[in-house]
Design a protein around this ligand. Structure first.
Ligand code: NAP
Length: 478
């Protein structure tokens, strides 16, 4: 029997959809799942694509079904299961074969796995796949990390299954070892911030203006035809328009306000903190999800503290406020993306990856959860200025920051005056105001640090004296 071009282990939601996508694009694929009944079901339901699928019940049979050098995608639960599958697989593979982890791995695990195979003759690819179930089936955004040589072996299959934006593949090799999974992590961090800011705007519409879910849906629908056009705005319009079949009420009103999280947002915030790069939008979004989970405490606090009055908002022209909300959301997005790209710029230096910023923006334009028109503008901005320190100083985005500045200020201050929580939007405003100010206030912090810890400071005049005249014995300023 003709051997498969590629193999895939793990036939749950993501793996089975990815396998069907691979087969549909004309590639022969061998599949294996720990529980064989899933393999049977998958094969039985594969329809016409069965001709290109080799279902396998043992690891030996699976490996023998793939043409060497064998690329094997692992799409199982992230964490220890990946190591267990790798251990089981290694003994049947031979030199030149490539193990590809396509799950949501922590990039530090990816670096460890990459290094662990270094002298084995096998190579490791850590591959971020975004777009959920639908993306896996019809075209995800694919972020690849590993050796460039191993990527070349699988490039044809991967680009055949990836999403396309204006004919360009949303799949690219981004650097060695953990580069792909790092970029996927930051993608998810930005996704957290984007979702949080949309939720904050919804909160102003619902609790400030008193709009119904349907009215909120109509506003998001209108925005989706403008500069905010994106998958997340599109699905917000959709979910806000649906009614619950049980109660007949808007579905969104029947959902408990406790957000789940699997870890990639937190990892983004932690890595940003480790590198000393501000990612305040992502941090605010992770914190907001955490706070959302304290439902009982929040309910109790409301009885103890009460809610601030939301009366002031009634004196504002409603149409003006809605128009401001659209621009404020755009401004907040710029802040979150600018921070995400700044984190990747620093990581690129720290881990020696040379991450290509224009390419990253390019492969996020379609297939992934944060796909949007906006990412096409980021791609153009970074293509014109690939080494920009920060997205906000590129000409297009500098102009956008200036244009949306007033609206962001009005929205954040209106929210504050009416007791409506907008931590992510407020963090964007704080970020812009801190980043754009040539003379900040850290001189006082340096003076305090020198006072209590003799930590020293640099002087604005360059004079070689690094301690202040704080008093005897507190610091050496002689
Ligand atoms: P999942 O629910 O995370 O994992 C289930 C799969 O893992 C099953 O095939 C299961 O095999 C296998 N598995 C678990 N432990 C195993 C072990 N010790 N040895 C061998 N196989 C083991 O699957 P998923 O939702 O399809 O996600 C797969 C990966 O994609 C994860 O890393 C996930 O984070 C990532 N991801 C998911 C989404 C999404 O929307 N779901 C989006 C992007 C990325 P059995 O059938 O034998 O139990």
């Amino acid at each position: 029997m003709e051997q498969a071009e590629i193999g895939l282990i793990g036939l749950a939601v993501m793996g089975s959809n990815l396998a069907l996508n691979i087969a549909e694009k004309g590639n022969r694929i061998a599949v294996f799942n720990r529980s064989p009944d899933k393999t049977d079901t998958f094969y039985a339901e594969a329809g016409d694509l069965r001709d290109r699928i080799i279902p396998c019940k043992t690891m030996e049979e699976f490996v023998a079904s793939i043409r060497p050098p064998r690329p094997v995608i692992i799409m199982v639960q992230a964490g220890a299961p990946v190591d267990q599958v790798m251990e089981g697989l290694k003994k049947d593979l031979s030199a030149g074969d490539i193990i590809i982890d396509a799950g949501n791995a922590n990039f530090r695990d990816t670096i460890r796995r990459f290094d662990s195979l270094k002298d084995s003759g096998l190579t490791f690819i850590g591959m971020g796949v975004s777009g959920g179930e639908e993306g896996a089936r019809h075209g995800p955004s694919i972020m690849v990390g590993g050796t460039e040589e191993s990527y070349k072996r699988v490039e044809k299959v991967l680009t055949s299954i990836s999403a396309k934006f204006k004919g360009e593949d949303c799949c690219a090799w981004l650097g060695e070892n953990g580069a792909g999974h790092f970029v996927k992590t930051i993608h998810n961090g930005i996704e957290y911030a984007d979702m949080q800011m949309i939720a904050e705007i919804y909160g102003i519409l619902r609790d400030g203006l008193g709009l119904s879910a349907k009215e909120c849906s109509d506003i998001f629908g209108k925005w989706n035809k403008g500069r905010l056009e994106s998958y997340l705005i599109e699905i917000s319009e959709l979910v806000l328009s649906k009614n619950d079949p049980i109660s007949g009420k808007p579905m969104v009103d029947m959902i408990v306000d406790k957000a789940g999280q699997k870890g990639t947002g937190k990892w983004s915030a932690i890595e940003a903190q480790n590198m000393g790069v501000p990612a305040t939008g992502i941090e605010a979004a992770v914190a907001a999800r955490s706070l959302s989970s304290f439902k009982k405490q929040r309910e109790h606090a409301e009885t103890v503290l009460g809610l601030p009055s939301a009366e002031q908002i009634k004196s504002i022209d409603r149409n003006q406020l809605i128009s401001d909300l659209e621009l404020a959301l755009l401004a907040g997005k710029i802040g979150a993306y600018a921070q995400g790209f700044a984190v990747m710029t620093e990581a690129s230096k720290e881990f020696g990856w040379s991450l290509p910023m224009p390419t990253i923006a390019q492969i996020w334009r379609a297939g992934c959860i944060i796909r949007s028109q906006f990412l096409d503008d980021i791609t153009s901005a970074f293509r014109a200025m690939p080494d920009a320190d920060n997205l906000v100083i590129t000409p297009t985005f500098a102009a956008l920051v200036k244009e949306t500045d007033g609206a962001l200020r009005r929205v954040v201050s209106t929210a504050a005056l009416n007791g409506l929580a907008v931590p992510a939007l407020a963090s964007a405003l704080g970020y812009f105001d801190s980043y754009r100010r040539g003379r900040g206030t850290a001189n006082l912090i340096q003076a305090q640090r020198d006072f209590f810890g003799a930590h020293g400071f640099d002087r604005v005049d360059g004079v070689d004296k690094h301690h202040g005249p704080w008093g005897s014995g507190l610091a050496d300023f002689a």
